[in-house]
Design a protein around this ligand. Structure first.
Ligand code: NDP
Length: 253
């Protein structure tokens, strides 16, 4: 398959639905071989099948990346299976919103585990490979992109812990950017507004209606709108580092 990312390998976490699935498709359309990671293997197999049918290369990696060993093993599986690693998209996440005083603390733990710790585990395991890719590849650049949120820029009541996780990955990304920029590993965050995915279906009963009320009748973004932002970042020449993209639905406050 030809394209601007021909010869590169990308890992997309949380590729079994929503933004991750669209991002994997988008990178594959640009010619990247794509490793698709999540826990739901059936969904990943289906996606990999579509990518292959379109002439692309896809590797299914079933893993729960809240477990450090699984996260590290998953990254190694990608490098063993596809030979290198040029792009990582830390996308897997959950949004379990609701007021602090009512929240089951188990929800906080789940958000911290997937939105923060898994990002750290995957990033740590991927960095040596991204450095090698930036050194050896014809493009001489590599990318680490984390999907944050508008909640990583603006904190609102009802979103306290979700916002904490997304502000956190923003801070982590900026510090890491400074550590690895000389090696041409570009570190970026993409901050989506309201996207039409499964994300809000995971909240507790009773809160779904309140989220629907918050979103109102605005036209939500599509997962492809965020995938486009990721593709834009990755396809820039090595002299260009797009470190942050905020994409709101156009009617969103
Ligand atoms: P989805 O619920 O559709 O996708 C979440 C993905 O994360 C799934 O593929 C899920 O796969 C994966 N995942 C969850 N837990 C784990 C785990 N322990 N190990 C591996 N994979 C896991 O939601 P979105 O596509 O909307 O969300 C993607 C990202 O975008 C998240 O980080 C979210 O915070 C962010 N975002 C979304 C917005 C929106 O409005 N939708 C707005 C702003 C940011 P599986 O269950 O198969 O493991």
């Amino acid at each position: 398959m030809s394209g601007r990312l021909h010869g590169t390998v990308a890992l997309v976490t949380g590729a079994s639905s929503g933004i991750g699935e669209a991002t994997a498709r988008g990178l594959a359309e640009e010619g990247a071989a794509v490793a698709v990671l999540a826990r739901r293997r059936d969904r990943l197999e289906e996606l990999a099948g579509t990518i292959r049918a379109g002439g692309g290369t896809a590797l299914v990696v079933e893993a729960d990346i809240t477990d450090q060993q699984q996260a590290a093993a998953a990254v190694e599986r990608v490098v063993t299976g596809l030979g290198r690693l040029d792009t990582v998209v830390n996308n897997a996440g959950v949004m379990l919103v609701g007021p602090v005083s009512d929240a089951p603390t188990e929800e906080w733990e789940r958000m911290l585990a997937i939105n923060v710790q898994a990002v750290l585990y995957v990033t740590k395991a991927a960095l040596p490979h991204l450095r090698s890719a930036a050194e050896d590849s014809p493009r001489r650049v590599a990318d680490l992109i984390t999907i944050s949120s508008t909640a990583g820029r603006v904190a609102r009541g009802g979103n306290a812990v979700y916002s904490l996780t997304k502000f956190g990955v923003g801070a982590f990304s900026e510090a890491l950017r400074q550590e690895v920029m000389q090696q041409h590993v570009r570190v970026s965050v993409v901050e989506p507004g309201t996207v039409d995915t499964e994300l809000s279906t995971h909240v507790r009963d009773g809160l779904r209606e309140s989220i629907a009320r918050q979103v109102g009748s605005i036209e939500r973004l599509r997962p492809e709108d965020i995938a486009d932002a990721v593709t834009y970042i990755v396809t820039r020449d090595r002299r260009v580092a797009v470190n942050e993209i905020l994409v709101r639905a156009s009617e969103q406050t």
